[in-house]
Design a protein around this ligand. Structure first.
Ligand code: C2E
Ligand code: MG
Ligand code: MG
Length: 768
């Protein structure tokens, strides 16, 4: 006997299940399954099979949950899927009531249902999707399941029972929720973003646009959806990029890099109200059952472009004059040299300019006046050039001009003459100060390298223009020189020497030789540090040659600091060997002595070395001190305050024109008698001077040193006159530190040090 199936659709309204309230495409399959189950079950019972067996065989293969409950709700039998779904073992649930698996709110409804089905006598009723009941189940771990079920009345053990077919919708439901959430995210994202997002179909028609279109292009999205993509660009721009867009349409993201396609495109877009604007586009394409589509994200990059331009300008231009800087020059020269390569007839020129007398303006009138002068020079230089020429400032008072496309070398000379004349006009400076409104005159030294003859590469052009400028300076300034290997040969040699000297400090070409300074008893009291330079070709250059060169170009600052540092460290090495009473004497150039930061630099170097200042003596020539005596006095006082114990000595004393009044006020400690008086001691005139110096020093309580002692007679002459100390080949030639240390150690072993021709003979050898 079959019982009819009736499920009140009113039950559905109990459940606020949006997802379950609509019939889904496979609902009919669900109802058919129930039909078949009930039929199969009934048939087997009718044919006398064991109920339990037939149920098991029937239900095992069903993926949905199937169970048979008594009209009171006891679970009589169920398939494995049911136990799996609810998370229980068969033994745990069999014979217990199904209500434990339902939320309390559902229990009464099911109780009534089961009771009604149990009473029902079988008018036949086919299950339909309307009978599907949505409800919730409680899994063992507390998770709520979203379920659908169909009920049917069956016989079990001769008793009425209810067959339940249950489908778990939790997965579908979760998927639905996920989709909904993804859609929400997508909408939120595409509507928040200020960039325009478009989707295009294969005809490049816009099928979707977000609200960012308004922000980027000024159009409402309704204005553009359905329109061709081309409306967003100036026609010629679109035509130019159409092929490329097509490529983005068909080539997938992953393959783009391999095909040399960029991640983004920069392109001009056409806006509604602002005309043409630079835009950046990125693409993503997708393929679904409806076909291919291309997603473009377009952002307006006007601001970024402006910023880039400004940054580029900053990076490539001199702030003060607005002219290009060295980096821009290097860039521009690349194109100039490319031009030469393409067109052998083409000629150009590089002009290096250095102002003559700028330092004087800066030092006397101040930096503001100096800046004004530089700005005006930049302006004047520009005026002398044609549009196709360029002007640069490399820093300081160095300017450069690049002439493009000249007919012959003479053209560069004409421009140089024009620059000389223009810069030669007096400058009237407005900057407030001592000289406000006053006239200032400066000159300019110009060096020209014609391209490509003397400048086939960037290095060659800059080197030759620099040499030619050097030549102008050496020849008396305020003139131009055209680079020519013959004419500029001497200057080239000097120029090369300058470059090499600057490099020598780091490449190991420099060293210090030491010459002992001994007391009248012959004992070593100190040593003078003397610079030595070995050029890359191995030649030794005497300081008398390279110090003036270094003074002329300013390298002497770095040289002096290098020598001071090295001398202090070497003296420390002597101390480490126990000779703590030996001082080191270091020469400082007059240029160095002029530097406002001399004292702090000196103090820093000495402190870093760890040499007690009492073991350091600084030699400054008489001429350097006399140039600006008041300054010198202050410098020395300041140094003595920062480095207590440090001594100062006037080198080459007797050759300058020391004012005796100043000498008495100078806080110096010693006088070094100039070598010329010593070597020509035979002349009575010189002996008088030497005696006068010794007397003067004694009266001023200054120590004295005689340098250039080569003979026993000279030694005796000074020793007899109680000269404080002596230095010369007779004692030891300038040598390496090891030799000086050896002399000191030999003396320490001897009870009475001997200074004699034999000692000298033994030790005569320069350090290198
Ligand atoms: P100076 O400071 O008057 O150094 C003494 C010079 O006399 C040294 O020449 C030394 O080698 C030389 N001399 C020493 N004993 C004798 C001798 O018995 N007979 C003769 N004929 N000469 C002797 P050097 O080393 O060639 O230095 C020349 C000058 O170069 C130095 O004169 C000094 O003014 C300058 N100089 C050397 N090293 C430095 C340095 O580190 N910085 C600076 N600014 N100038 C330096
Ligand atoms: Mg000296
Ligand atoms: Mg000297």
């Amino acid at each position: 006997m079959e019982k009819g199936i009736e499920v009140q659709s009113i039950l559905k309204s109990l459940e606020p299940e949006e997802a379950a309230s609509d019939a889904r495409p496979d609902d009919s399959i669900f109802t058919q399954l129930l039909e078949r189950l009930v039929q199969g079950y009934s048939l087997r019972i009718e044919s006398g099979e064991d109920e339990a067996d037939s149920l098991e065989i029937l239900l095992d293969g069903v993926s949905d949950s199937v169970l048979i409950v008594s009209p009171s709700g006891a679970i009589l039998n169920a398939n494995p899927s049911f136990y799996r779904t609810f998370g229980y073992d068969r033994e745990e649930l069999l014979d217990s009531e199904i209500y434990a698996l339902l939320p309390p709110s559902h229990r009464d409804v099911f109780r009534q249902k089961f009771a009604a089905f149990g009473l029902r006598e079988g008018e036949r009723h086919s299950a339909s999707s309307d009978d599907i009941m949505a409800f919730r189940g409680l899994r063992r771990d507390g998770v709520t399941l979203t379920l659908d079920c169909l009920l049917s009345s069956v016989q079990c053990g001769g008793q009425p029972a209810v067959l339940m077919l249950i489908r778990d919708l939790s997965f579908d439901h979760a998927l639905f929720e996920q989709l909904k959430e993804t859609k929400d995210h997508y909408v939120a994202l595409s509507e928040t973003i200020t960039e325009a997002i478009f989707r295009l179909d294969e005809n490049f028609s816009i099928i979707f646009a977000n609200s960012g279109v308004k922000n980027t292009f000024g159009f409402e999205r309704e204005d553009v959806v359905g329109k061709p993509f081309r409306v967003l660009f100036p026609p010629e721009v679109f035509a130019q990029h159409e092929k490329e867009f097509n490529k983005y349409f068909f080539v997938d993201d992953a393959d783009r890099l391999a095909q040399g396609m960029k991640r983004t495109l920069e392109i001009l877009g056409a806006t509604k109200n602002r005309g043409v604007a630079p835009m950046e586009m990125s693409f993503g394409n997708s393929k679904d059952y409806k076909g291919r589509s291309l997603t473009c994200v377009i952002r307006d990059i006007t601001q970024r472009k402006t910023l880039e331009r400004r940054l580029r300008h900053l990076a490539y231009h001199d702030k003060l004059t607005g002219l290009g800087n060295r980096d821009l020059f290097n860039e521009d020269m690349k194109s100039v040299l490319d031009r030469v390569r393409d067109d052998p007839e083409w000629k150009g020129a590089v002009l290096f300019l250095d102002l003559d007398g700028f330092k004087r303006v800066n030092d006397t009138l101040g930096h503001a006046a100096g800046d004004e002068l530089l700005i005006e020079t930049g302006r004047r230089l520009r005026v002398c050039l044609r549009d196709r020429d360029s002007a640069y400032r490399f820093g300081g008072d160095e300017f450069v001009a690049v002439l493009g496309g000249i007919k012959e070398t003479g053209d560069a000379a004409i421009v140089a003459e024009r620059i000389l004349a223009t810069v030669g006009n007096p400058y009237i400076l407005r900057t407030k100060g001592k000289n406000a409104g006053g006239k200032v005159n400066v000159g300019v030294s110009i060096g020209i390298a014609v391209i490509p003859e003397y400048g086939a590469t960037l290095e060659e052009a800059t080197r030759n223009a620099d040499i030619a400028m050097y030549c102008s300076k050496e020849a008396g300034k305020n003139r131009y020189t055209l680079y020519d290997p013959v004419i500029t040969a001497k200057a080239t040699e000097h120029w090369k020497m300058e470059q090499e000297l600057a490099a020598a400090m780091t490449s190991g070409g420099l060293s210090l030789a030491y010459q002992p300074i001994v007391g009248p008893d012959g004992r070593v009291r100190g040593m003078e540090a003397l610079l030595r330079w070995r050029r890359p070709d191995g030649r030794m250059v005497p300081p008398s040659e390279f110090i003036p060169l270094a003074e002329a170009n300013g390298t002497v600052m770095a040289l002096g600091e290098w020598a001071l540092r090295k001398a202090c460290y070497d003296a420390r090495r002597l101390h480490a060997r126990g000779h703590t009473d030996v001082f080191v004497s270091v020469n400082l150039s007059g240029r160095h002595f002029d530097q406002p930061n001399l004292v702090p630099t000196l103090a820093a170097i000495v402190r870093q070395s760890g040499l007690p200042p009492g073991n350091l003596c600084i030699e400054v020539t008489e001429t350097a001190i006399m140039k600006n005596t008041q300054d010198a006095i202050e410098r020395i006082k300041e140094a003595k305050r920062l480095l207590p114990g440090i001594r100062f000595m006037i080198d080459d004393f007797g050759t300058g024109y020391s004012s005796l009044a100043y000498l008495s006020r100078l806080p110096v400690d010693a006088l070094k008698i100039d070598i010329s008086f010593v070597t020509q001691l035979a002349e009575p005139q010189n002996q008088k001077i030497v005696n006068a110096i010794l007397n003067l020093a004694r009266n001023l309580q200054l120590d004295t040193i005689a340098e250039g002692i080569e003979t026993r007679e000279e030694w005796q002459y000074f020793a007899r006159r109680k000269c404080g100390a002596m230095q010369g080949y007779y004692i030891l030639r300038p040598s390496n530190l090891g030799k000086v240390a050896a002399l000191i150690e030999r003396q320490a072993r001897e009870a009475r040090p001997t200074v004699s021709a034999e000692t000298a003979a033994k030790t005569v050898s320069d350090s290198d």
